[in-house]
Design a protein around this ligand. Structure first.
Ligand SMILES: NC(=O)c1ccc[n+]([C@@H]2O[C@H](COP(=O)([O-])OP(=O)(O)OC[C@H]3O[C@@H](n4cnc5c(N)ncnc54)[C@H](O)[C@@H]3O)[C@@H](O)[C@H]2O)c1
Ligand SMILES: [Zn+2]
Length: 356
């Protein structure tokens, strides 16, 4: 269930006797908790803060949540509020899904990426043995509460990271939203006005709704939900290649990776869509323009193309034959899942991406 943050009270009122816990990271404790505290009002709660950053999305943090709940004698009636980006909603969701076989949790996403993507859809989880999201559950929150005001303090790179997932949602589901986002991208608004425009144009709500619609039809990702992987076959390969590089050159990318990698992945996959599934070339030109204007180019050299293709073959989305599985587009709003392409095809798309 998606609501505005002002519904928090009525949601909590429906959960009588509930002991309330709030999980934040070190940044959301500073920037977002004071705002949430106003909404919580006089209801008492226990606060646990975890250090910000993807490196905290691990088993030790889950144990910290479990230990904290046990220390405060949390029962099965307890409710956990996850206040943060995808790191916190994934981690807190997993801790809640497993504590006493599952307690209720409310997601309050504070990054654009978490608002449009991570906080809904029911996937919870942690990274383990260096593998992203390898341990987790499908457990939906009792509610996801949206408050666009949180985006005001978000670093610009994080805003762009979430915007990439919004572009993805528009490309797989809605020509109308695509045009809206193209206009927003062209306007080059200062951050405050951009954040304002995301809500006033309805773009934010529409993007959230696209994800919700897809997930509600295929909650466990057996078919349709794969359309949400658009851009992610190439994107994940770029992301993991960046993560495996420790040279200073990639430090920035390491921090800003996911949405940027998805954007680059989408450029390659729209290229493949133009060649193989008849997507109009105009879409490729529009997306390439956004990339050059806002995201820059991926810092990979030509020699890494083989490595990227190798990573696509190792991707967990592949079938038993381990052939990279793509979601491509026939047009905007017309995705087509389970597309298998040859190494030569993929190489050609990467060549386009790196030639820009
Ligand atoms: N469950 C899903 O379906 C799903 C989908 C997509 C991504 N994810 C997961 O989400 C995570 C990425 O999410 P993310 O990009 O939100 O990262 P994040 O949670 O690490 O947040 C990014 C940074 O922004 C800071 N921050 C958060 N809100 C802020 C605010 N309002 N003002 C200032 N700073 C703020 C955080 O402290 C952090 O430093 C990954 O772990 C990814 O695996 C999950
Ligand atoms: Zn993504």
């Amino acid at each position: 269930m998606l609501h505005d943050l002002k519904h928090l009270h009525s949601i909590l009122a429906d959960l009588p006797k509930a002991q309330l816990f709030v999980l934040t990271d070190s940044h959301t404790a500073e920037y977002c908790l004071p705002i949430l505290a106003d909404f919580i009002g006089k209801i008492p709660y226990h606060l646990l803060t975890i250090e910000a950053g993807e490196q905290s999305k691990n088993l030790a943090s889950v144990q910290a949540v479990w230990d904290f709940m046990l220390k405060h004698r949390a029962t099965r009636e307890a409710v956990l509020i996850n206040l943060g980006g995808g790191m916190i909603t994934d981690l807190g969701g997993f801790a809640a899904a497993t504590y006493m076989r599952g307690i209720r949790f409310v997601n309050i996403p504070t990054t654009l990426l978490a608002m449009v993507d991570a906080s809904s859809g029911g996937k919870t989880g942690i990274d383990y043995q260096g593998i992203k999201n390898v341990i987790g559950t499908f457990t939906p929150p009792v509610a996801t509460l949206i408050h666009p005001e949180f985006l005001r303090t978000l670093p610009a790179t994080e805003l762009l990271s979430g915007f990439a997932e919004m572009l993805k949602h528009a490309l797989i589901a809605s020509p109308k939203e695509w045009i809206k986002l193209l206009q927003l991208a062209q306007e080059e608004l200062p951050q405050e006005q951009f954040v304002e425009a995301l809500s006033s144009t309805g773009a934010l709500q529409a993007s959230i709704q696209i994800k919700e619609n897809v997930v509600s039809q295929d909650p466990h990702e057996v078919g349709l939900r794969k359309i949400l992987n658009f851009g992610h076959t190439v994107g994940h390969a770029i992301e993991s290649t960046m993560l495996h590089h420790t040279t200073p050159r990639y430090t920035m990318l390491h921090q800003t990776s996911h949405g940027y990698c998805v954007l680059w992945g989408m450029v390659a996959e729209v290229y493949l869509s133009v060649v193989h599934t008849g997507c109009p070339r105009e879409v490729l030109q529009q997306l390439t323009q956004i990339m050059l204007q806002w995201y820059g180019k991926p810092q990979c050299d030509c020699k890494q193309r083989d490595q990227l293709i190798q990573r696509m073959y190792q991707d967990k989305k592949n079938n038993a034959n381990q052939t990279p599985n793509f979601t491509l587009l026939r047009n905007i709003g017309e995705p087509i899942i389970n597309q298998y392409l040859t190494e030569e095809d993929i190489n050609e798309a990467l060549e386009y991406l790196f030639s820009l």
